[in-house]
Design a protein around this ligand. Sequence first.
Ligand code: FPP
Length: 236
Amino acid sequence: MKLKKVEIDMSNLPTHIAFIMDGNGRWAIKRKLSRTLGHKAGIEALRRVLDRSVMLGIKIISLYAFSTENWKRPKDEVDEIFRLLREYLNEDTKKIVEQGIKIVTMGDLSKLPEDIRQAFEKVIFDTKNCTKHIFNIGINYGGRPEIIRAVNSIIASGVKNIDEQDFKKYLYTVDLPDPDFIVRTSGEMRLSNFMPYQSAYSEFYFPKTYWPDFKEKELDNAIIEYQSRCRRFGAI
Ligand code: FPP
């Protein structure tokens, strides 16, 4: 029996896909490489995923680049992640602007090394007029700290009562719709503090593929999987 090839339905694309790019370390160790090389390969995967998303017309991509818990890693690894990030921002900004991608961030940038903070401020400024796509980078981001920060701002503002619509204004994602689809690679099936408030109605997908092996085909398959889901938002 010949199986029918399923293709992406271009009329039913998720507006916002969020990625937890997991498995860089395991990908490297499997190849007897340093974890650092796993992160380097992870950035190549990110480039491919971003390019393919742009080509398909995905409007918003969110990414968990560095969590509030990632500081617990050995200093050498943290330094190398930041070095790769800075290199990526320096090398890719021109292309990102050409692709019409506006970069925004979520997380506490004030705790980042000065050069990284400046690199982010520059890329946010350089892409501020881009309107085709949004690339939302979670950096020193944690969902619980985000909610606590929101609550503290509400207390400080003296507001006594708040509804969902107003609460959203205190989150990093104030200008973004919630993610339709959250993809975590490497087979781990948890959110690890990634957008817990915003993911209330997201569809989840946990491919076993390590992030560096997540190629265009894997993204296409993920979107096809999303399109097989029936989103009811509590209705019947
Ligand atoms: C998970 O792999 C990946 C990370 C902790 C993030 C690495 C971040 C970068 C490479 C920066 C890229 C960001 C941008 C915006 C360019 P892991 O080390 O947890 O893998 P493991 O679970 O197999 O050990």
